[in-house]
Each structure stands twice: as structure tokens, then as C-alpha cells.
Unconditional design. Sequence first.
Length: 54
Amino acid sequence: MSISESELNSLITRRRALSGESYAAARKAVLDYLRQNGSISSEEYERLKSSSAH
């Protein structure tokens, strides 16, 4: 499965609303969660992690 940047940003926005984390911390947490539960592959995780522009 793959996730689009807009889907990822939606998850990050929701997490930040609940947690008060910075964008970078929330993005890392969301990516880690998606990788751990099998929603994204390790390759997708690395691609999204390295494309973080924030």
C-alpha cells in the first residue's frame, strides 16, 4: 500500500491537534506507526521520511 502526501498530511494534522507536537515530530510518529502496522513498506517509509521538507 502507498500513501499520498495529502493523506499523510491529514494524519499529521490530526495527530498534532491531539498531541500538540511539532510538525516534524508528528510526521515521524505517523510514518513510524504506518511502517510498524504494515500500511507502508520500508521503501515507502524511507522515501516519505527523506521527502520531509519541514
